[in-house]
Design a protein around this ligand. Sequence first.
Ligand code: SF4
Length: 214
Amino acid sequence: MPSHDPIPTPIPAPMTAASRFSYRCTRCNSCCVDKRIQVNPYEIARLARNRGVSTAEARETFITADSALRQQEDGRCVFLGDQGCSVHADRPLVCRLFPLGRVIDAAGKVHFVPYPDPLAARGEFGEAGAVADYLEAQGATAFIAAADAYFAFFCRANARMGADTPIVADPDRDLLDIDSEIAAACTASGVAEPEDLLERMWLHISLLDEMLDR
Ligand code: SF4
């Protein structure tokens, strides 16, 4: 037997929403340590509201310059406390999907893949439901809509401007801050700001698209 057999992956890949899958978290918190958790403006707004701070403060305090959750000195997520995730109701999509990743291929087809490090997933795998059931139980629907909306915008921006061109050259604007962009736009137009966060996300996307068109 070879001495470096690959570690067996507990779930097959790739999977669709209909694939049999279940996972029971055992709260070992290993998925919250030394992980890069990328977040989009909708997720930052959810975290900001959870913490009772502005999106600008949330970006400053909890988010790195390249839009990931900050980590504590020992590699634990900035939101991981003694009792587990302190922002559980508003945790980002990556956390909701774990131990799955969601991939969109070049043809736009969505599939799900196992987290690349099977040792990080210490819960109980099974086939008691489907991937779609797991996503629903994790409250992932709104987060997937937001992830797809921002991904589509960045694809449009890259196609229009090239990946290396900054989307806007104005250093006084933070384009990815939903609240400041919406406040500025609604003040300028005299329109009331929507309260619902998903509505705000769609308005933010339309503001970004308007900026691309200019
Ligand atoms: S946001 Fe919560 S679930 Fe996600 S990595 Fe941080 S502590 Fe873990």
